[in-house]
Write a protein that binds this ligand. Structure first.
Ligand SMILES: [Fe+2]
Length: 234
């Protein structure tokens, strides 16, 4: 299994490049436009053929590389079925499997941070660890804000507690962002130690989320319209 966790320092975004091995077809999750040279360099060095570029949701804090990757590699752009990004060519539904040359990702509808967020579950099939790419709905010891883009704290709680926490305890958690230096967690850890969720009711969680009072992301007015066009015009 080939697995690269890449980091965009400007937006603290994690991007994941995955393939079943060198010289194989690959997919990328939550790529950042400014990091295009890094992705193209790795794809070339590892002799990969990029066939899917996936966004977990419409990001508000950075511009996606989906459109640029499609133009550079001919890959298919993919998001969940409720995205408003009309440039995306493949839309997946709950339970649908994306199979890239033996890497199998199952789409899980996990609204709450936005109303169109999906998570993607990798079935390791005994060959590598099971993993879930949670976008921004579940972060390590945190969770994505729920106060814009159709966000809803009760939907977020339901997605995390009833869908993500129902995954196997050893499932690795790979979020789209981290601001504290964490790179990976597990479902077991987050169930026990996520301070917003461990032992909290939906009402308590909603109260925590409502009292965050976060400023809008600096790039929001630019990033959201640009990302609805796969990062290619604002
Ligand atoms: Fe987000």
């Amino acid at each position: 299994m080939l697995f690269r966790q890449l980091f965009d320092r400007q937006s603290s975004t994690y991007t994941y490049l995955i393939a079943s091995g060198k010289g194989r077809e690959a997919l990328i999750i939550d790529p950042v436009k400014e990091q295009m040279p890094v992705y193209l360099g790795l794809i070339e060095q590892l002799d990969l053929k990029l066939v899917r570029a996936i966004d977990t949701h419409t990001h508000a804090d950075h511009i996606t590389a989906l459109g640029d990757l499609r133009d550079a590699t001919g890959c298919v752009t993919l998001m969940g079925e409720f995205t408003r990004a009309e440039c995306v060519s493949q839309h997946v539904r709950e339970g649908e499997i994306v199979d890239v040359d033996g890497v199998r990702l199952k789409a899980l509808y996990t609204p709450g941070h936005t109303n169109e967020s999906f998570s993607f579950v990798r079935d390791g099939r005994g060959e590598c660890e099971d993993a879930v790419f949670t976008g921004d709905v579940l972060l390590i010891r945190g969770s994505g804000r729920t106060d814009f883009q159709g966000g809803d704290p009760y939907a977020s709680y339901d997605s995390i507690v009833n869908k993500l926490f129902a995954l196997g305890e050893e499932t690795r958690v790979y979020p789209a962002h981290d601001y504290k230096g964490f790179t990976v967690s597990t479902i077991w850890e987050e169930r026990r130690f996520n301070p917003r969720l461990a032992g909290k009711s939906a009402e308590q969680y909603a109260e925590i989320m409502r009292s965050l009072n976060l400023p809008d992301p600096k790039m929001m007015d630019v990033a959201v319209p640009a990302n609805l066009a796969c990062g290619q015009r604002a």
